[in-house]
Design a protein around this ligand. Structure first.
Ligand code: NAI
Ligand code: HPV
Length: 627
């Protein structure tokens, strides 16, 4: 626990297992004419006071009048309570002793029996806020000190207000009066403690319902680690650096070597807050329907076509990728393959390995002076353009978007123009669905005879049957293919392709971006973006939500509200802040055609109702609270 964090703990049914006055009723009952009725009356009054159905003041006064305990009976109660400390508090004794300076007991019970119990945990009486008895001259408790705020309704609120603790305050208790502290905006979180008793009404109002004190400690958002309890699932052998980064940031990480299919992932995704994948894992609508906790997806690669991004957008899930981390690796492989294919080397390398010497210049050419046609002039295409020019190639490109021609590259105004002019064709379009079979039989017909064809983009972009036919016929003199319509999920699964037995053909196992440099770059880039998003709400570089870049917050809360982009949303949100008298420190809103992404920084004081009201606005998709 950080030095600026404070725990405010209730006593009855929280620190100890039972309700002190109920136990006292049993003790007093020994000298009472009708002990059973007395006990039942006390229990009923305690319970009604606890769940808020009668005022606390009435509940405690009536109970005291009924009991009128004697001093020695209170001492007997103290001894019983020492034996009745809640199990999880006993287990956490060392923690409590260590942090006792930040732990306060705030109870509507009585100091006379609370102090001796909690003192053994290192909590001194100065940090116990509770009522005190008023005794008559015979030693009978006849009332309670009326000047103590805890003797009245809303007493806990007054006490905590006066304590004025300088930092984050977390209230742990089982009763409505404990929740009231949070409701009054005087606590940052309220934990409904159910180890001994569970009150539905109170649980419904809590930030967290916990079964033990250890659970409270797990959930306390310590300022260095706001990610406790958040789960990250990483698939497809993402570089271990990513695992380290997430773990260092406090996440619980599971790393699997291969991809998962839709059914497997639909099961595995449950309870996961962050999913990390590469190009193989399909994040479909069905997977997303099962993703009950998912906040962000990291594509540890460039392409995001494997993710249903529109569905993520509708669900308010942020999707991040690494748009430039493996660009150079793909380009270098493309260059290498173009040179190998122009020299007709793949087959002769293979022959040498089988002991066949074939020194010949047949079908072997330099790349210098040849025309390279690049389809898709994005990051990879344009980088290839520069390197290929460095080798003396004449570059032509075609892109659906207007792109700046780098160096001496020449823009083609149509795909057909590029196909007809190029000696080498290299595909670098993205994997959007409409690019399925972008290159098919009719396009091969338009290419030069003896063309070299390279595809390092996505498998479904090329009609494999048509490519195979054209390699067989010699129309395509050589091809390199790194990506396939169907690829194995793991290195253990077999690979089959029509292209396997073709001449002058290089087949690689989707390793265009698989260099150590690229994988290290990606493993640093993606987790950092996701961690930043989770901590600050910044969506810079994400591909599903509107982009907002924000600094870290201190001494404030940030409420992230993702909603349908409908008119009046900003006004509705701000009406709720106004209604609850919330001070807005800063507000940022960005929309796209479908959704709005709004971040509001507020000062610390806000109650659970604000959250509920914001969630209930029609068109709300998701609400996150950042500390
Ligand atoms: N083999 C591998 O290991 C790798 C493959 N890739 C693939 O390469 C693709 C391209 O990567 P970047 O260049 O970084 O992406 P990018 O988004 O910067 O570039 C793609 C370009 O293709 C253009 N385009 C899309 N459809 C087109 C069409 N039908 N005709 C003409 N132009 C079209 C776009 O306008 C864009 O300029 C990725 O989306 C990914 O699928 C990326 C990295 C590694
Ligand atoms: O970056 C991309 O889009 C790729 O295709 C590389 O995918 P990978 O991470 O090697 O599965």
């Amino acid at each position: 626990m950080d030095a600026n964090q404070f725990l405010i703990i209730d006593f009855d049914s929280t620190f100890v297992k039972g309700e002190s006055l109920d136990i006292l009723a049993q003790i007093v009952g020994k000298r009472h004419p009708d002990p059973e009725t007395l006990e039942n009356e006390i229990i009923a009054l305690t319970s009604r006071g606890m769940d808020g159905s009668i005022s606390f003041e009435d509940s405690i006064r009536t109970r005291l009048q009924l009991l009128s305990p004697r001093k020695e009976e209170i001492e007997e109660l103290t001894e019983i309570l020492k034996q009745e400390i809640s199990d999880s508090f006993l287990r956490s004794k060392e923690f409590i002793e260590k942090h006792s300076g930040q732990i306060y007991i705030v109870s509507s019970g009585f100091k006379e029996f609370i102090c001796p119990v909690v003192e053994s945990f290192g909590i001194p009486s100065e940090r116990v806020y509770a009522n005190t008895f008023v005794f008559d001259y015979e030693g009978n408790a006849i009332g309670l000190d009326p000047s103590n705020p805890l003797a009245k309704d809303a007493g806990k609120i007054k006490v905590v207000e006066r304590m004025n603790l300088p930092g984050k305050r977390y209230v742990v208790g089982d009763g409505f009066t404990d929740y009231e502290i949070r409701q009054a905006g005087l606590a940052d979180l309220f934990f409904a403690f159910t180890e001994n008793v569970s009150r539905e009404k109170v649980n419904n109002l809590a930030d967290h319902v916990v079964k033990s004190f250890e659970e409270v400690l797990e959930l306390i958002p310590d300022s260095k680690n706001t990610s406790k309890g958040l789960k990250v699932l990483l698939l497809e052998n993402v570089n271990p650096i990513a695992v380290e980064l997430f773990r260092d940031a406090g996440y619980e990480v599971e790393l699997l070597a291969g991809a998962l299919d839709e059914t497997e992932l639909s099961e595995k995704i449950k309870g996961v807050h962050v999913l990390g994948i590469r190009s193989k894992t399909m994040v479909t609508k069905k997977v997303l329907e099962n993703a009950d906790k998912l906040l962000a997806i990291g594509a540890f690669c460039i392409g995001t076509n494997q993710i249903n991004v529109p569905a993520c957008q509708e669900l308010g899930i942020a999707v991040f990728n690494a748009p430039y981390s493996n660009t150079r690796s793909v380009v270098e492989l493309a260059i290498a393959e173009i040179i190998l294919l122009m020299r007709n080397l793949p087959d002769s390398i293979f022959k040498m390995k089988s002991g066949i010497w074939n020194k010949s210049a047949k079908n072997s050419y330099e790349v210098r002076g040849k025309k390279l046609g690049i389809i898709g002039y994005g990051s990879i295409g344009s980088q290839l353009s520069i390197l290929a020019e460095g080798l003396g190639m004449q570059v032509y490109y075609y892109d659906v978007l207007e792109k700046l021609a780098l160096g001496n590259a020449v823009k083609c105004t149509s795909l057909n123009e590029l196909l007809a002019i190029s000696d080498v064709i290299s595909l670098h379009v993205d994997g959007r669905a409409s690019n399925k079979n972008l290159i098919r039989a009719e396009h091969f017909d338009k290419m030069k005879d003896g063309v070299i064809f390279v595809n390092l983009s996505r498998g479904h972009v090329v009609d494999i049957d048509a490519l195979s036919e054209n390699v067989k016929s010699g129309k395509v003199r050589g091809c390199a293919v790194d990506v396939f319509p169907t690829e194995p999920k793991t290195n253990q699964e077999p690979f089959e392709s029509l292209l396997s037995s073709l001449p002058n053909t290089i087949l690689t196992s989707h390793i265009g971006g698989s260099t150590l440099e690229a994988q290290i770059n990606i493993a640093n880039f993606v987790p950092n973006k996701i961690i930043e998003y989770m901590q600050t709400g910044s969506t810079a570089n994400n591909v599903s939500l509107p982009e907002i870049q924000l600094p870290k917050i201190s001494n404030a809360h940030r409420l992230v509200h993702i909603h349908e982009n409908v008119p009046g949303m900003l006004a509705e949100v701000n009406q709720i802040f106004a209604k609850h008298k919330i001070n807005v420190l800063g507000q940022y809103l960005k929309t796209n055609e479908k959704i709005g992404y709004m971040i509001t920084s507020v000062d610390k004081a806000y109650g659970n109702e604000v959250i509920e009201d914001l969630k209930n606005i029609e068109g709300s998709i998701r609400l996150r609270v950042l500390y």
